[in-house]
Structure formats: structure tokens, C-alpha cells
Write a protein that binds this ligand. Structure first.
Ligand code: SF4
Ligand code: SF4
Length: 302
């Protein structure tokens, strides 16, 4: 069996990528299983998805604890404890990261073990698909390439899954074309076929239960969201051009995180530690006073 774990941020397409991989495997005659796992359902929040591929019926369910391949849709997730990227990753795990850095550069910056490979899918999507977009087709193609599935089945799986999401045929075709390039160009690292899982069965356990008062949420505790930075959630950041702003406040009214305040002169100000990069403000701005810049590790800290 091959076990693939996808890590992404809400809106990047990790869940659809796992479906594309599973569908492609199914089209090649394998047994396939895929499932997503969400925490808070917010754009930018860490999400994970799991795909198992085998030649025989798959009895396992749930999260993949010992992945053969980990696909990371955003390098910032490697530093985000809420994403749990390191879990079950060892020196034999193949780790793909969507990053403009090389595998060697990336590996020198992290304590994560594994055999790294990278490709700048966000840069490719910006250049070839022409705008900020979910990169599910590209993630699925890269995973398919690394796991050893054929390009034709990936192409067909992209068509099926993106059609189900309601994408128009020309956009699906463009995704297929760019995904094929990613399939070809991702530096391949052979998946280790050795057994990584514990051989002895893990005994079933009977859980012990705490009293309900322990697990119930407190409704009297003060809010703490103000101290939580979401800078790491951003792939792109909104940037204000004050000379184009007409002070309509639409960005302020539409920001789901309250990250925009209005200054005494009536113009908005973005508080970046609370901006998750959803870009809703950019979408609603009538004067294009809010532009988009790609986030880097350096700008994220700023
Ligand atoms: S400032 Fe813009 S990009 Fe940031 S959270 Fe608010 S709406 Fe989203
Ligand atoms: S939506 Fe655009 S024009 Fe309106 S206040 Fe915000 S930045 Fe200015």
C-alpha cells in the first residue's frame, strides 16, 4: 500500500488534490481511499487530506500516521504546530514542498527528516494560469508523478474532479496542461517500498472518560484571539496604495478577521498579524487600491 498525506491551507486545494490522486489510482485499477480532515473551516487554516492506494482491499481508515509521501502545499505549514506536518515523517519519507527553494536549501532550514523534493507550484500557477488560484491539479499531478501513476490517468482525474467543482471546460484544460508540465518537471525521488509500520498489531484500548465538566468549553473565559498571529497563514498579502483609495470602507466591512481598521483620515490600515491572506478585501475594492504581493518567509515576519 502507498500512503500519501497532503498538508495545505484552506482554499489551496489539498483536499481536491487527494481526490485527484485517488481517482487516478482508481482509473488504473487500484483500490483507492481518500478523505480530508479540517480543523476550523476557515480559508488559510491548516487542513490535511489522506490518500491510500493499494492492490487489495484497504482495511485502514482515518488519518495516515506513517506516510510514504507527504505533499506540502505551503512551506509555512512546516513551522505551524497546528498543521502537525512532522508526525510520522522519518528519513525514508518522501517530502514534496511547494517552494521556490531547492530541496537542499529547504532541508538546510528545517529539522524535518525525509527525502525532499520541491517545485514552485504557486509561481507556475501565477505565470501559466494567470492569477491566484487553487493549485489542486498541480498538487495532484506532482503526487501522482512521485507515486508512480501514469500521466493519462492524472489528466482524466483532473477533468473529473474539477468538473465536479463546477470549473468551466477551458479552465479545466489549462489546469490539465500546466499539471502535465509539473508532472514532468518535479524532481523524482523513489518511494521506499520497505515496511515502515509497526509489525505487531496495536492492542485495542478501552478509553477512560473524564467528567463532562473537564471537557466542556468555558463560556466565562476571556477571548484570546487577539494574541494569535495568523501571519503564517498567508500565501499572498494585500497591500494598500493610499493614492487610489476613495475611503469607501468596503474592505473594512468585508474583512472576516477584523484586520482592517480605519484611520482618522478615513483611509484603511491593515494589521498584518491578524490578516490571513484571504484577499476578500482585494476582491471588493472598487478602485484597485489594494494590490496583491506574494508572501515570503521574510515578509511574513515583517
Ligand atoms: S485584510 Fe484582507 S486579506 Fe487580510 S484577512 Fe482581511 S480581508 Fe483577508
Ligand atoms: S475598499 Fe479600496 S477604496 Fe474602499 S476603503 Fe478599502 S482600499 Fe480604499
Amino acid at each position: 500500500m502507498r500512503a500519501v498525506r497532503f498538508h495545505g491551507r484552506g482554499g489551496q486545494g489539498a483536499k481536491t488534490a487527494s481526490r485527484i490522486l485517488g481517482t487516478a489510482a482508481f482509473l488504473e485499477g487500484f483500490v483507492a481511499q481518500d478523505s480530508p480532515m479540517y480543523g476550523p473551516e476557515r480559508r488559510g487554516a491548516p487542513v490535511a487530506a489522506f490518500t491510500r492506494i493499494a492492490q487489495t482491499p484497504i482495511r485502514e481508515r482515518g488519518v495516515i500516521v506513517h506516510p510514504d509521501l507527504v505533499v506540502i502545499a505551503d512551506a509555512s505549514l512546516m513551522q505551524d504546530p497546528a498543521a502537525h506536518v512532522p508526525e510520522g515523517v522519518d528519513e525514508r519519507t518522501v517530502v514534496f514542498v511547494n517552494s521556490p527553494l531547492t530541496a537542499e536549501q529547504l532541508q538546510s532550514q528545517t529539522s524535518l527528516p525525509g527525502r525532499f523534493t520541491t517545485l514552485d507550484l504557486t509561481g507556475i500557477a501565477l505565470q501559466q494560469l494567470g492569477k491566484r488560484t487553487a493549485i489542486s491539479a498541480l498538487l495532484g499531478a506532482v503526487a501522482g508523478s512521485l507515486i508512480g501513476l501514469g500521466q493519462e490517468s492524472i489528466r482524466e482525474a483532473i477533468a473529473r474532479e474539477l468538473a465536479e467543482l463546477g470549473l468551466a471546460a477551458p479552465m479545466i484544460e489549462r489546469n490539465q496542461t500546466v499539471a502535465a508540465q509539473c508532472y514532468e518537471t518535479v524532481p523524482r525521488v523513489a518511494i521506499d517500498v520497505g515496511l515502515r509500520r509497526p509489525t505487531a498489531p496495536v492492542p485495542l484500548r478501552t478509553p477512560t472518560y473524564d467528567p463532562p465538566t473537564r471537557g466542556a468549553a468555558s463560556i466565562t473565559a476571556g477571548p484570546n484571539s487577539a494574541i494569535r498571529s495568523m501571519a503564517g497563514w498567508r500565501t499572498f498579502r494585500p497591500v494598500l496604495r493610499p493614492d487610489l483609495c476613495n475611503g469607501c470602507w468596503l474592505c473594512f466591512a468585508n474583512c472576516p478577521e477584523g484586520a482592517i481598521t480605519i484611520k482618522p483620515d478615513g483611509k484603511p490600515a491593515i494589521y498584518y498579524p491578524h490578516c490571513k491572506g484571504c484577499l476578500d478585501c482585494v476582491e471588493v475594492c472598487p478602485t484597485d487600491a489594494l494590490t496583491v504581493e506574494r508572501e515570503t518567509a521574510a515578509t511574513r515576519e515583517a
